[in-house]
Design a protein around this ligand. Structure first.
Ligand code: FES
Length: 254
């Protein structure tokens, strides 16, 4: 069910890190859940699904969504060039969503642009005082639009981390995951694959209940192209776009 939608002016706000926010209005929208994603591509491009990209829904309401995007490749740079009034083809919301346990202490672990779905998670959570956010990043902190989150999250661990600080990031993640395992908390994470592997490893070591959101390449988003396949905990092939993108950390191979 592909919709052609106009890009709104919000889409032009950018930060030094190449992050920008793209807002899409859709009167037929029927809501979404944190962790779900949409597929979009500029509507002017040829009808080639390979040009579509998946983006986590970062914020929004019943009739609109905001996507937090980092312009890093050809496709995302072209999307960053869209101007108000330009149109995109969009389908979604797609996939499953993060677990929400209102009264459970919940740790949000974000690696870089993996922070995107957590903005919506915080906005929709009935008890955001039970949430804590850790952002692991390599760019200077002011390149990130994390202030969007900091209004509502008691950000206990904002770490200025450069590549040489990788050990510091890993040590912090280990301690946080151990702490949340000890108190019966929930750990939710989104970021690059090595980041998720680290979460998975520490969750297994300390017995933490943890979910990971995978960022596999996707072309169709609806289970048809098999371009996003990974293996579940039993070694069976599964499509990340329809069975995920969120998996329990002990139920997926990374
Ligand atoms: Fe096509 Fe998942 S993106 S099957």
């Amino acid at each position: 069910n592909v919709k052609v939608l106009e890009v709104s002016p919000v889409g032009q706000s950018k930060t030094a890190g190449g992050f920008f926010e793209l807002r899409l209005e859709n009167p037929d929208w029927d809501g979404w859940k944190p962790g779900q994603f949409v597929m979009i591509r500029p509507a002017s491009w040829e009808l080639d699904m390979l040009w579509a990209r998946p983006f986590s829904i970062s914020s929004g309401d019943k009739a609109s969504v905001s996507l937090l995007i980092q312009a890093v490749g050809r496709g995302t740079r072209r999307i960053a060039e869209l101007r108000p009034g330009d149109t995109v083809a969009m389908w979604g919301p797609l996939g499953n969503s993060f677990a929400v346990e209102p009264d459970t202490p919940t740790l949000l672990l974000a690696g870089g642009i993996g922070i995107a779905p957590f903005r919506g998670y915080v906005e929709q959570h009935p008890h955001p005082e039970n949430l804590a956010l850790f952002l692991a990043h390599r760019l200077p902190l002011d390149c990130y639009p994390y202030e969007l989150l900091s209004k509502t999250v008691s950000s206990r661990c904002m770490l200025e981390a450069k590549p040489s600080d990788l050990n510091c990031i890993i040590d912090t993640m280990r301690e946080l995951i151990r702490e949340y395992a000890d108190k019966g908390g929930l750990v939710l994470s989104c970021g690059p694959t090595p980041f998720m592997r680290t979460v998975q490893r520490f969750a297994a070591e300390f017995g933490a209940r943890a979910q990971v959101s995978l960022e596999n390449r996707m072309a169709c988003g609806v289970g048809a192209c098999l371009g996003c396949v990974t293996k579940d905990g039993e070694g069976h092939h599964v499509q990340v776009c329809t069975r995920g993108p969120v998996f329990w950390a002990d139920k997926v191979e990374l």
